[in-house]
Design a protein around this ligand. Structure first.
Ligand SMILES: *Cc1c(COP(=O)(O)O)cnc(C)c1O
Length: 437
């Protein structure tokens, strides 16, 4: 597939007025105007398949019809839009739905906190509460973790470039090796446990350990079920709070509503954002083990914790979780992606790709520097939006909306195959770039 229109819209105002900090518009340099389901269109009429899904904020696709309908009805009725954290009917409905569709069927009794509209707000609130509840200050995070861009979240984030942006030392945290970090034969929790058990290790008993079940930004590194269960056991034995940051992997990305369900663990605190609003509207939740809900009223506050438009679409989005059907669908599509990727890396062995992830959070890690960016760039030119992740952007990340149909999935994967073929044509059998003629 070729783009319809080779004339790309001008990015002039963005290039001259918008801060240098802008990022995704550099990877996908066009001006978007319309979006529906798994597709986006730019101002020149080019069509794109979205394998990025708002970094996980659009699990139900763009402009979902029934969510849009609910939103329009609410707006036309002059439903409350902004309400700080006052009680509104929209929030009431969301809370009741969240309890009946998500919490109760899973036997979970979490209290629900609205920490502010973003994922990093949820992480900040979880860190604060863990410190307050335990009276301890240290929090353990993991290598290659990503938890957000505010200071507390950055302090448990691995990436050097992002940490440096803080401009101050990031204290009161310790980084430990994530599952697989020391190679396949080493259980990194042996290392963690020996630090916690040894009074000479220099690591004091932490308030909490914060973990992602799959590291999305860190390069689609997946923790095994056994590792997650052992981590939970260590936390229980030492009275350390376990925080799962499910901001990106939650809301069905890995196949179940919470990404930790398959491991059978119950975190003390859970961070949710990105797709919880359903429609791409800002919203975040922090789920709290009831006895840990020791906040004083207003102790963590914020003007935009009552995004009623997001509550309306979030309540509607939960329809997907009323039966087992959606989870089965995600598993089936995840299987299609997995088989396709395995075949693809086998077709081009010189590109030395490794398939990672599960559900609709998968990707190919390349050991050749720059290759993932090259493939992503080639894909964009053919009408596929696909991001890279990992410390050195070494992973091509495939995360379409969970609602994508099989023809859409096949079309996107075909563009990926063409982009890989192009990258392979430019390289010899050792993976080195050929001299340009
Ligand atoms: C995106 C993300 C965050 C931060 O969310 P923002 O809404 O960008 O602040 C935190 N944790 C994880 C795992 C994420 O993927």
């Amino acid at each position: 597939m070729k783009l319809l229109n080779t004339a790309m819209p001008s990015l002039h105002v963005f290039d001259t007025l918008e801060s240098e900090v802008r990022s995704y518009c550099r990877s996908f340099p066009t001006v978007f105007s319309k979006a529906k389901g798994y597709r986006l269109w730019d101002a020149a009429g080019n069509e794109y398949i979205d394998f990025f899904a708002g970094a996980g904020a659009l699990n139900y696709g763009h402009n979902h019809p029934s969510m849009k309908q609910k939103l329009l009805e609410y707006l036309l009725e002059d439903g409350v839009t902004h309400s700080l954290d006052m009680a509104t009917e929209a929030k009431e409905r969301f809370l009741e739905r969240f309890r009946s569709v998500i919490l109760e069927p899973r036997g979970l009794s979490y209290k629900v906190m609205f920490p502010g509209p973003t994922g990093t707000n949820s992480v900040e609130s979880a860190l604060k509460l863990a410190r307050k509840a335990t009276g301890r200050s240290t929090v353990i995070g993991f290598t290659n973790a990503f938890h957000g861009m505010t200071l507390g979240a950055l302090s448990v984030t691995g990436n050097k470039f992002k940490r440096r942006g803080a401009g101050i030392p990031l204290h009161h945290t310790v980084s430990m090796p994530y599952d697989g970090y020391m190679g396949k034969d080493s259980d990194t929790l042996d290392y963690l446990e020996s630090y916690l058990n040894d009074s000479g290790s220099g690591v004091s008993l932490p308030a909490a350990i914060i973990v992602e079940t799959i590291q999305g930004e860190g390069g689609i590194n997946e923790a095994s079920i056994g590792w997650l269960q052992r981590l939970e056991g260590i936390c229980r034995a030492k009275n350390i709070l376990l925080i799962v940051d499910d901001v990106q992997m939650g809301c069905g990305r890995t196949g179940t509503f919470f990404s930790f369900e398959h491991a059978g663990i119950t975190p003390d605190l859970v961070c949710l954002s990105k797709s919880i609003g359903g429609y791409g509207l800002p919203m975040a939740l922090t789920l709290i083990r009831p006895d840990l809900d020791i906040w004083e009223p207003g102790e963590h506050n914020g003007t935009f914790r009552g995004n009623n438009l997001a509550f309306v679409t979030a309540a509607e989005a939960l329809r997907y979780w009323e039966t087992e059907h959606f989870a089965q669908e995600i598993a089936a599509k995840g299987e299609i992606v997995h088989r396709f990727l395995l075949q693809l890396v086998a077709e081009y062995p010189q590109l030395r790709g490794e398939v990672r992830g599960r559900g609709l959070m998968q990707g190919i890690a390349f050991s050749i520097p720059g290759l993932a960016d090259e493939v992503s760039k080639a894909a964009f030119a053919k009408g596929l939006i696909m991001e890279t992740s990992g410390t050195d952007s070494e992973v091509a990340k495939i995360m379409p909306p969970l609602t994508i149909d099989e023809p859409g999935l096949a079309k996107g994967l075909d563009i990926l195959r063409q982009s890989m073929r192009e990258a392979a044509a430019e390289r010899d059998t050792s993976g080195m770039k050929r001299e340009s003629k």
